[in-house]
Ligand binder design. Structure first.
Ligand SMILES: *Cc1c(COP(=O)(O)O)cnc(C)c1O
Length: 316
């Protein structure tokens, strides 16, 4: 099976509008702020959330230009690698994943799934991984592995921005938001949201990385120069760094799940929502504001964290 544009188109148009739900939480009920959750985690069960949005125009472009093989980069627990592998299996693309860490063997839930989907994994050293945008390195990969359509780490490129701008416009058609809140890794998703947002909507990004000062310039470089939407990054809720968790975060996830019925992921969405709720309690948002937090999915990341989470909950 080789993918054709019409089946790629059909795959991405099957779920064009995910719901926005109001959250009624005891902690925020007296704040006068309306908190909403854009349930983009529901966009697809395996090509989840923002990765679906980011892959859409990449997959279309790849197949329009006759590429049947998609190659990308990621860490051992990467939501992007997981989503790319699932997309390949669903649409008939070959997929190749270059995974950071030459000592790894693919024995974790994320990489096991990717391999089941048919993704070919290559484990590379951290030094090599750092060269992931270097043209000579990419050329060397082409010599070794044959031709491919390159999707950068996290899926972030101009086509990803286009897909996430579409998400922003979808939200605009559903609600007149004063604030959009989103978790950030590479910054591609927030750049797309800013690109597609109404000028009166402020966009807040919550980096999952500690010391992500580079991200401001990165996001700026990804959005149009004349974009007038006000946005900022909130650096206070990384919980010690990328993929770091603690008891406070795990307790928050459990209580949020009980109160809202919605499961969050510990790497991105739980930290972002913890931050949004904390800022509501601190009076950051004016009374009467409609604050939309975006559930960008990534629940597969729970599998790699279950043991650590159970330890914090006293279950182990
Ligand atoms: C990848 C991911 C992000 C980060 O997206 P960027 O575009 O890299 O900033 C946020 N949330 C979830 C759930 C993700 O999987």
């Amino acid at each position: 099976m080789t993918p054709d544009p019409s089946s790629v188109e059909a795959f991405f148009s099957q779920n064009t509008s995910t719901p926005i739900e109001q959250l009624f939480l005891p902690e925020t009920q007296d704040s006068g702020v309306n908190l909403w959750l854009k349930r983009d985690d529901l966009v697809h069960d395996r090509v989840s959330g923002n990765k679906f949005r980011k892959l859409k125009y990449n997959a279309l472009h790849a197949c329009e230009t006759g590429n049947t093989r998609l190659l990308s980069f990621g860490g051992a627990y990467s939501n992007h690698i997981y989503a790319l592998a699932a997309l390949g299996a669903a649409l008939g693309f070959e997929t190749v994943g270059l995974i950071r860490g030459e000592e790894l063997d693919g024995d974790n839930p994320t990489l096991a799934f990717a391999q089941q989907c048919g993704m070919k994994l290559h484990f590379i050293s951290r030094d090599e991984y750092r060269r992931k945008t270097n043209p000579e390195f990419i050329e060397k990969l082409r010599m070794q592995l044959g031709d491919f359509y390159l999707i950068p780490e996290g899926g972030t490129n101009d086509k990803a921005i286009r897909g996430c701008a579409e998400l922003s416009r979808e939200i605009r058609s559903q609600i007149d938001a004063d604030f959009l809140c989103v978790a950030c890794g590479t910054g591609g998703t927030i750049a797309g949201l800013i690109t597609g947002a109404d000028v009166k909507t402020r966009v807040l990004g919550y980096p999952a990385l500690k010391g992500a000062d580079f991200l401001t310039d990165e996001v700026q470089s990804l959005i149009p120069d004349d974009n007038a939407t006000i946005w900022e990054l909130v650096h206070d809720y990384h919980f010690g760094g990328y993929a770091r968790i603690n008891k406070q975060l795990v307790d928050f996830m459990r209580i949020f799940h009980q109160q809202s019925g919605v499961q969050l992921d510990p790497i991105y969405t739980a930290k972002m929502l913890f931050g949004v709720i904390d800022m509501i309690k601190n009076g950051f948002f004016p009374e009467g504001s409609d604050v939309v937090a975006i559930h960008t999915g990534g629940l597969q990341g729970l599998d790699g964290k279950r043991q650590e989470m159970a330890r914090f909950l006293g279950e182990l």
